[in-house]
Write a protein that binds this ligand. Structure first.
Ligand code: FES
Length: 120
């Protein structure tokens, strides 16, 4: 079995929600997940514009007001939840760093450690 970090239960992620996690216990959330129906999209919580800036202005608020895009609070960049591509803002065309997420038979949402920082 892949080694991973348990993040939460699937029921803790309502449809069309986002949530941050700190699997490395670094003091602030370093990864986040957006749920779209049965699909989960995980990314590092780092905006590609400056490369060291977390996205949300408030805990777990990674989506814009309409819930359509991931938004960076610093300069308003918008990213598509399914690909992580910036489609509006100063880093247009850049991508969030995707993370591999899996859901176990027990409905545990697990971050697969060996895939962190790599394409899904
Ligand atoms: S740091 Fe995210 S848009 Fe500038």
């Amino acid at each position: 079995m892949n080694q991973g970090v348990l993040l939460c239960k699937l029921d803790d992620l309502p449809d069309n929600s986002s949530r941050g996690f700190l699997p490395d216990a670094q003091g602030q959330d370093t990864v986040f997940i957006v749920r779209r129906g049965s699909k989960l999209y995980g990314y590092s919580d780092v905006c590609p514009h400056y490369g060291d800036t977390a996205l949300p202005w408030k805990k777990d608020v990674y989506l814009d007001a309409g819930g359509d895009y991931i938004v960076c609070a610093a300069h308003g960049a918008l990213f598509t939840p399914d690909t992580g591509e910036c489609v509006k803002g100063p880093c247009r065309g850049d991508f969030l760093t995707p993370l591999k997420i899996t859901v176990t038979a027990e409905q545990d949402v697990v971050l697969l450690c060996e895939s962190r920082g790599k394409e899904q």
